[in-house]
Design a protein around this ligand. Structure first.
Ligand code: ITT
Length: 206
């Protein structure tokens, strides 16, 4: 059977690498966009934003497009950074941080500052993935529960990985090997669920 070809609707290199790593062994041909596309994420939920991105890429490039909208949800911060995860450092709420040396570092600094002295460290990573083509959409969701560490640990992964420890592990997400992260991550769970929804429809995809 021919491989299903999907375009990955993301500008985030860390995500892109993980999406290819998770979907390629499941029999998908995962292609990168020919050029960058900025999509305004005006939705109030992960699902709305994933849908907006997948649809915009489909309309621009004409291939079934897969978007991931994800983030870190921290109980003691009322769910923040949530849908604002990628630009939490620049939000007025909680105080701004300068994007130095990187935006990811600034996001981590802000979370550690806001969580100083907080005993409730419970948090989860959430991912909503949407595949869009013609006027159709499929979606799936995945979560990974854990806690916010008091300092950074590890160099692997991306984003908030160094300050997040998945439940039941004694290492941070940034200390896990890529296959270990994919097995328990929000993105791994969401993408495996989406893959099982695509399979029965694959003959109807272009
Ligand atoms: P695209 O919209 O182009 O895909 P983005 O980075 O803006 O890229 P999101 O709006 O979905 O994507 O923001 C997700 C942010 O959540 C991401 O920038 C990280 O800060 C964080 N995040 C998501 N998944 C993560 C993971 O597996 N490990 C660490 N941080 C993660």
């Amino acid at each position: 059977m021919e491989k299903v070809k999907l375009l990955v609707a993301t500008t985030n290199k860390g995500k892109l690498k993980e999406i290819v790593r998770i979907l390629a062994p499941l029999g998908f041909e995962v292609v990168k966009p020919p050029h960058k596309l900025e999509v305004e994420e005006t939705g109030e939920t992960f699902l709305e934003n994933a849908y907006l991105k997948a649809k915009a890429y489909y309309e621009e490039f004409g291939l079934p497009s897969l978007a991931d909208d994800s983030g870190l949800v921290i109980e003691a911060l009322g769910g923040y950074p949530g849908v604002y995860s990628s630009r939490f450092y620049s939000l007025e709420i909680g105080g701004r941080e300068s994007p130095e040396p990187t935006e990811s570092e600034a996001n981590i600094r802000k979370v550690l500052r806001l969580m100083e002295g907080e005993e409730n460290r419970r948090a989860k990573f959430v991912a909503f993935v949407v595949l869009y083509w013609e006027d159709k959409g499929l979606m799936a969701q995945g979560e990974c529960e854990g806690e916010i560490l008091k300092e950074k640990r590890g160099e692997k992964g991306f984003g908030y990985d160094p300050i997040f420890k998945p439940s039941g592990m004694d290492r941070s997400m940034a200390e896990l090997e890529p296959e270990e992260k994919d097995k328990l991550s929000h993105r791994g769970r969401a993408l495996r669920r989406l893959a099982s929804l695509i399979e029965p429809l694959s003959s109807r995809l272009p």
